[in-house]
Design a protein around this ligand. Structure first.
Ligand code: HEC
Length: 97
């Protein structure tokens, strides 16, 4: 079931490439995502996105990762929310074209 959901999120997220709004993504990310990364890495948790080698190497992989993570954390995000968070992470850290 979880797998099916993530897959669905990925499929829905793919065509809507430029739709995310970073300003909406940051608060969602700070609420749902950052605590666990901080616990793992310390600091403000952003080391997760700047470590080398990074897991994520494309905008598509980033959106997929956000979709998988939000499913795992039971955040109950809509696909738009995942787009916003992916857009913010990209703007702040990844800088994919
Ligand atoms: C329960 C802990 C936990 C939560 C909650 C969590 N993450 Fe993560 N996240 C991880 C771990 C662990 C890794 C590293 C995975 C690996 O190395 O294979 C990771 C890695 C990532 C990466 C890849 C970093 C890289 O190497 O480029 C992204 C992007 C990411 N998480 C986004 C999110 C988002 C978005 C959320 C909120 C929806 C979230 N995470 C919530 C534990 C968590």
């Amino acid at each position: 079931m979880r797998y099916t959901l993530s897959l669905l999120c990925i499929l829905i997220a793919l065509p809507a490439q430029a739709a995310g709004d970073p300003k909406l993504g940051k608060p969602l990310h700070d609420k749902q995502c950052v605590a666990c990364h901080v616990k793992l890495l310390g600091g403000d948790g952003s080391g997760m996105y700047t470590r080398k080698p990074r897991l994520i190497n494309s905008a598509t992989a980033l959106r997929q990762r956000v979709a998988v993570c939000s499913t795992q954390t039971n955040a109950s995000w809509f696909p738009e929310d995942e787009e916003h968070v992916a857009a913010w992470l990209n703007q702040a850290f990844y800088k994919f074209k």
